[in-house]
Design a protein around this ligand. Structure first.
Ligand code: NAP
Length: 279
């Protein structure tokens, strides 16, 4: 099989990120390491992990088991809630680097804003220092709402390059994404298949898929990448991970995008980062 060719989208800081990556919650240990190595050998370059997933050792092992050099791979990890705040952030990253077996990560995110602890700004300031020291190439956040992002910008004058959010046609996050787009912040969708919201079972998704000769999952993922959002679906099946990145040979029409917009369940159905906290 020919290798997948996955385009990049530009980041605010002058870098770029692949539009499709793989999540890492599909397996553990050796199974995860071997699965990731195979994904990388098939053409995946973006890997999404987090300190909280307790799988960084296997992710690092997957990179080493692949045939691709470390510097061609884009590793994202996240600062866990327990590691927010001055000094803790540095220790959190150092721990991740040791587990991953690498001396830098490509993208470091604050996993959740956790507003009750009010440590996001300190964490962000420390991340900018870690970036200046070369331990991190790009810095961003996850699950931040517009007002959480504004707080970081007010304190530092620097916007995160990425906001990784729950995103699928069933949770379209339209207002938040408009805010991100206006500032050049890339949206990255977690749980991008919208399985819990039954996006793949919708008649309109399957009608559009049949029209293009693709799978419903490809329609749902194409909906995001066509708008410049990165997606990180995860699968332990090779057939599925190949399909999940095969999104660039067809285009959804304006009419089809309008039809998919009817699937949005609304912001109320997304996890509310003002009240949902993860430490
Ligand atoms: N920032 C955050 O707070 C946050 C939260 C949650 C997740 N994440 C990240 O986002 C990644 C993706 O989220 P996720 O793993 O929860 O959900 P997901 O990728 O949307 O869905 C994974 C599930 O979908 C199945 N699947 C994969 N491809 C499929 C396809 N083409 N057709 C039908 N089913 C398919 C997989 O089963 P099989 O393995 O059997 O194919 C698996 O059960 C995670 O791995 C993690 O890195 C981030």
């Amino acid at each position: 099989m020919e290798q997948l060719s996955i385009p990049h989208v530009p980041l605010l800081d002058g870098g770029s990120i692949p539009l499709v990556g793989t999540g890492t919650l599909f397996a553990k240990g050796n199974e995860l390491a071997d699965g990731l190595a195979a994904c990388i050998n098939d053409g995946y370059r973006l890997l999404d992990t987090a300190a909280q997933y307790a799988n960084e050792v296997a992710v690092g092992e997957g990179v080493r088991r692949s045939a691709v050099p470390r510097e061609e791979i884009f590793i994202t990890t996240k600062i866990a809630g327990v590691d927010q705040g001055r000094d803790f952030t540095r220790r959190g990253l150092e721990d991740s680097l040791r587990k991953l077996g690498t001396d830098y990560v490509d993208l470091l995110l604050i996993h959740w804003p956790n507003p009750s602890r009010a440590l996001a700004v300190e964490t962000w300031q420390e991340m900018l220092e870690l970036q200046a020291e070369g331990l991190v190439k790009h810095v961003g956040v996850s699950n931040f709402l517009a007002h959480h992002l504004e707080e970081l910008y007010r304190a530092t004058g620097v916007w995160p390059v990425v906001d990784q959010i729950q995103l699928s046609p069933a949770l379209a996050r339209t207002e938040l994404r408009a805010f991100l787009t206006e500032r050049g912040i890339v949206a990255e969708g977690w749980r991008p298949l919208g399985r819990a919201e039954r996006a793949l079972e919708q008649h309109i998704v399957n009608t559009i898929a049949a029209r293009h000769g693709v799978d419903g999952s490809q329609v749902v993922l194409r909906w995001a990448v066509q708008q410049g959002a990165v997606v990180i679906p995860a699968s332990k099946s090779r057939e599925r991970w190949l399909r999940n990145a095969d999104l660039f040979g067809f285009e959804l029409s304006d009419q089809e995008m309008t039809e998919l917009a009817t699937l949005d369940l609304g912001e109320d159905k997304a996890w509310d980062a003002d009240t949902h906290e993860e430490w």
